[in-house]
Design a protein around this ligand. Structure first.
Ligand SMILES: [Zn+2]
Length: 278
């Protein structure tokens, strides 16, 4: 089930939304980033790691959205981390006793809802706000925190392997999805995030998006440019053209056009609100 994408870095792609779980090999076991979606997939994946004699020694969630916060008992009891802001957002979310029911009802597509185990959702420890890397016994994993998609969203740079784990940024199939719940200026936040990723792009040979295809070195700048053009386009939808939301969208991804339409609608309403005095 696991596919090597760089030395000591493997991925598992879920059938759900091409979600990529990332495994980084360390000295005594692996770091597991955004473990997956369906319970049966995570269990199989845990068995694969056991067969390889690679216990999970640390976990990390790139951001506080349900599909990046899951875990399976068979993966073990290693510490699971996120940025301080990510963990605080999750804690706040889970302080409502009905949160998981709401996630199951409103956010998880009905066809897979029963197969997504929510019991271990979001049990992460926030790293100190100034933490520059993930504390574990393996290659340095630099935390590039930025807002834009979700509070405390982190991309991860494994510099000695030339790998950028981009979280929900830089996808070839999903458009930039802006944080319309928390951000005061979602467009500007997103652009700042892209600039941060651009600042490390020359060190990247492999880019792993949270959903979508793995990209090589030649894909990093084009994906940043494509996302930036989309975000600029949100300010001027008449000129916006993006292959991910038109007839060229990848098969099975036509629903992204709906996400795009809702996003435009939201931004228009925000603009209206901001113009309303008082
Ligand atoms: Zn997300």
């Amino acid at each position: 089930m696991l596919r090597q994408v760089a030395e000591g870095v493997l991925i598992h792609e879920s059938e759900f939304c091409q979600s990529n779980a990332v495994v980084v090999q360390g000295r005594a076991g692996v770091l597991l980033i955004d473990p997956g979606i369906r319970g049966d997939e995570m269990a199989d994946f845990a068995d694969d790691l056991r067969e390889l004699d690679q216990p999970v020694v640390a976990g990390f969630s790139t951001h506080p959205h349900w599909d990046h916060l899951l875990w399976h008992a068979r993966l073990g009891t290693a510490s699971r981390y996120g940025t301080a802001r990510c963990a605080a957002t999750v804690q706040d979310l889970l302080s409502d006793a009905r949160a998981k029911d709401r996630i199951a009802a409103d956010q998880i597509p009905p066809d897979i809802a029963k197969r997504v185990p929510l019991d271990l959702l979001g049990l992460i420890t926030g790293l100190p706000a100034e933490a520059a890397q993930i504390p574990w016994d393996g290659p340095h994993v630099r935390i590039i925190e930025h807002q834009g998609h979700a509070p405390g969203h982190a991309a991860l740079l494994i510099e000695e392997r030339g790998v950028l784990v981009a979280g929900d940024m830089l996808s070839d199939v999903l458009i930039p999805m802006l944080d319309l719940d928390y951000a005061a200026d979602p467009i500007e936040d997103y652009l700042v995030g892209l600039r941060l990723l651009e600042s490390v792009a020359d060190h990247v040979d492999v880019v792993i998006p949270g959903h979508g295809s793995i990209g090589g070195a030649d894909q990093v700048h084009p994906r940043i440019d494509q996302d930036r053009a989309y975000v600029h386009g949100l300010r001027d939808p008449h000129v916006l053209s993006d292959p991910r939301v038109g007839p060229l969208a990848k098969e099975g991804w036509d629903w992204v056009a709906g996400v795009h339409a809702r996003q435009l609608q939201h931004l228009a309403e925000r603009g209206e609100r901001n113009r309303t005095p008082g």
